[in-house]
Design a binder for this molecule. Structure first.
Ligand SMILES: [Zn+2]
Length: 386
């Protein structure tokens, strides 16, 4: 069966090739011309696909995570050693299967490092952590419907997602890295115009304060806008990859590229540059000049910014956005209007709750109460977060 076609592509290779704009379109193209057979990771024929990739790149290997009642999944791992010993760094991407730009960033960085650019140390990568999610364009792990980035540090005897999280977390922590850069496309699959930024998890306790400080320092070196998360009641951040690593005193940050579901070249370049800047600040690669038009820095001259998803919408209606991602807003500024669907009454104003920068907004124009509509980086007093 597999010999029928001259060349098979894995999804990961589609994300790697140079001619793409929209990975959804590619999925259709790939299945349409039967390069990409109906995919099921548990079937043995797909192992041949993996083998092609292994032959192509000797630094790439796959390890298997047993899925309990579900079938096992394979996770691609890359490693590159520099000319001399030095710091260990991890790059991770594709933890949400519907995000593809981040996968591209990791592959590009590894490609560039392979050309003798890694002066010292070791760079490991998990370029596509949720492989089965990526071929189904699913944020979650399709077989178990779990969000992998809410399951760390995982459990070796738990659900499929918890087992993957445990295996990934163990591999990373065993190598004793100086930093883990977890790269994403955006915070929500329906938000397509968001800007790029680095998200740093909340400060939590004495044990992780060293990792928290180091993360903040390195986040600034990426050149991207740095946004800190505040503690939440549900402590959801503690179960993210970056959050669980910081709690174990390993510096880690989340790089959000923006533009979910499209491998936007500008944002991919921003991602590559920001990762490169972080590596350069550790002395393991040569620094590069920034040459990126839409590089969004902190427009509040370095004042600490905190993530906020407020205001939430309180009524049903049609929403008209009056600001765009990257805009600076003032507290009290009207940022959107909501009118009822008959449009007989004048729109109700939605106002900004703080001074800040709009990171992104929902990509739909029908609002309802509690609707998560905005994400902001807002200005806060530095003493509360640093
Ligand atoms: Zn994500």
């Amino acid at each position: 069966m597999i010999k029928k076609y001259t060349r098979y592509y894995t999804w990961a290779e589609w994300v790697t090739d140079g001619n793409f704009e929209n990975t959804n379109a590619h999925c259709k193209v790939a299945t349409g011309i039967k390069i990409f057979p109906a995919f099921n990771c548990s079937k043995t024929k797909n192992l041949a696909l993996y083998r092609i990739m292994e032959d192509k790149n000797p630094q790439t290997s796959f390890f298997e995570v047993s899925g309990g009642q579900n079938s096992a999944v394979k996770i691609e791992q890359m490693v590159l050693h520099g000319k001399k010993p030095g710091p260990v760094v991890w790059l991770t991407a594709g933890i949400h299967g519907d995000e593809s730009g981040c996968v591209r960033v990791v592959r590009e960085v590894i490609k560039r490092l392979k050309n003798g650019k890694l002066r010292c140390g070791t760079v490991y990568a998990f370029p596509l952590l949720n492989y089965s999610g990526s071929i189904n364009n699913s944020r979650l792990i399709p077989k178990s419907q779990e969000d992998l980035n809410r399951l760390f540090p995982g459990n070796k005897d738990g659900s499929l997602g918890e087992r993957i999280a445990h295996a990934v977390f163990s591999k990373i922590t065993e190598s004793n890295p100086v930093v883990v850069l977890d790269i994403h496309d955006d915070i929500d699959a329906n938000w397509i115009k968001s800007v790029s930024y680095v998200l740093v998890d909340p400060k939590s306790g004495f044990r992780s304060s060293g990792a928290y400080k180091a993360t903040n320092k390195l986040a600034e070196k990426t050149g991207l806008m740095v946004v800190r998360e505040e503690k939440t009641k549900n402590n959801e951040w503690k179960k993210t990859l970056s959050g669980s690593l910081i709690l174990n005193n390993i510096p880690s940050m989340t790089i959000e590229l923006g533009n979910t579901n499209t491998s936007n070249k500008v944002n991919v370049n921003l991602g590559i540059t920001s990762v490169w800047n972080a590596l350069a600040s550790l002395g393991i690669v040569e620094p590069k000049q920034l040459n990126l038009k839409s590089f969004i820095k902190n427009k509040f001259s370095g004042k600490p910014l905190v993530y906020s998803d407020r205001p939430r919408i309180k009524m049903n209606g049609v929403i008209k956005f009056l600001i765009k991602p990257g805009d600076v807003v003032k507290r009290g500024q009207i940022i959107a209007e909501i009118s009822n669907k008959s449009r007989k009454t004048r729109g109700t104003a939605v106002k900004a709750m703080n001074n800040g920068i709009l990171l992104g907004h929902a990509n739909q124009n029908v609002a309802h109460p509690g609707f998560k509509t905005f994400s902001f980086a807002v200005v806060k007093n530095s003493s509360t977060i640093l």
